[in-house]
Design a protein around this ligand. Structure first.
Ligand code: GUN
Length: 375
């Protein structure tokens, strides 16, 4: 299922290949986020043109709307969303924590009122796995609790115990139901938690690995902690994860952070930044982010960045600025396409660098050029 094709002699970086029921993924990989079954403003044919290998969907959002009856009738998320490539679905708990105001964490799952019509719902290990089986995603994530940052050791430890009991219940549900998609077994990834505590990260990883999953994610990162803590959370998890299984850092990150994570042994990423920042008129460039609304671009008839995707060829910064200022939707679409291309091509360049043995130089050079702005 996962083949290691090579590794970097100077870091823990790996070049791999993951076979899923709807297609093969070359790693390291960036996965565009399509929470509601749509990568915001982007057509599936454009995702293919951008060479997106896999997209994300979310259990919570899709269970609330359109609901699983519609999804069953539609024949699953691939058909419903008209995307025939691989899909990874997150298990929903994390989104309940960020969206639902009224929520209670109990042994059987999370009790909350959904954000659409306020009706009471429960999402737990069995229902999260069942919904993901109905969605027919290629990779389904286990149901977990992501502790807030900061939190005490006691909170993180008790939370981890619950996450591990939920993981065991997910394992049992999977073994009993053996969900399939496209005629092949759905893949299931465990999620390492443990907040900023090395001892908890180690325990989390070891116990999940003992239960045996198809891949492992590092969760509970990029939740407001300082960057060194985020790096440490990954460094404290990776040594306990098997070499021959894919590793996924959830909800990350900026372009330099992704390269740092690859160097620490991560293979897969998802992040809302390219599409979310597009909605704030922010463009990724090799020198960092820029806000296209800035007056300095009014007469800038150069391309969006040195490296642009063919879908963005011929469009100038001045024109895209004009579109945004005029409220024209094409502006938002062009920035989304450009930003996704930036992330996806960063990963394909990282893969090439790994294949050809210059990943370390590539990472250093990219990061030296890239400045993190907040614009
Ligand atoms: N997305 C970002 N972080 C997390 C996490 O810790 N758990 C889950 N399930 N999804 C996430």
């Amino acid at each position: 299922m996962f083949t290691l094709l090579g590794s970097d002699p100077h870091s823990l970086a790996r070049r791999g290949r993951l076979v899923t029921p709807h297609g093969t993924i070359e790693t390291p990989v960036f996965m565009p986020v399509g929470t509601q079954g749509s990568v915001k403003t982007v057509h599936p044919a454009e995702l293919k043109a951008l060479e997106a290998q896999i997209i994300l969907g979310n259990t919570y959002h899709l269970a609330v709307r359109p609901g699983m009856e519609v999804m069953r009738e539609a024949g699953g998320l691939h058909k419903f969303a008209n995307w025939d490539g691989p899909i990874l679905t997150d298990s929903g708990g994390f989104q309940v924590f960020s969206l639902g105001k009224i929520r209670k964490i109990k042994e059987d799952g999370v009790h909350f009122q959904n954000h659409v019509d306020g009706s009471p719902m429960v999402l737990g290990p069995e229902s999260a796995m069942e919904i993901q089986a109905t969605l027919g995603s290629d990779i389904a994530m286990l149901f977990d609790e992501c502790p807030p940052h900061p939190c005490t050791f006691e909170y993180a430890s008790t939370s981890l115990d619950l996450t591990l009991r939920w993981a065991k219940r997910c394992r049992e549900w999977i073994d009993k139901n053996q969900p399939q998609t496209n005629g092949q077994p759905q893949l299931h990834f465990g999620i390492v938690q443990g907040s900023s505590f090395a001892e908890l990260r180690a325990r989390s990883a070891k116990e999940l690995v003992a239960m045996g999953f198809d891949g492992y994610a590092v969760g509970g990162v990029s939740v407001g902690e300082p960057e060194p803590e985020m790096m440490a959370a990954v460094e404290n998890s990776i040594p306990f994860l098997p070499h021959d299984k894919p590793r996924y850092a959830m909800g990350l990150g900026t372009p330099p952070q992704m390269l740092e994570m690859i160097a620490r042994g991560i293979d897969m990423f998802d992040c809302v930044l390219p599409t979310r920042l597009a909605r704030h008129s922010t463009l990724f460039t090799k020198n960092g982010t820029v806000n296209i609304k800035n007056q300095t671009f009014a007469r800038d008839f150069g391309p969006l960045d040195e490296d642009t995707h063919p879908l963005c060829h011929g469009f100038t910064r001045a024109y895209v600025r004009h579109l945004i200022k005029a409220g024209e939707i094409l502006g938002l679409r062009l920035i989304s396409l450009h930003n996704l291309h930036f992330y996806l091509s960063l990963m394909s360049r990282a893969r090439k660098a790994l294949e050809e043995g210059y990943f370390n130089e590539f990472r250093k050079e990219f990061t030296a050029n890239y400045k993190t702005h907040t614009s």
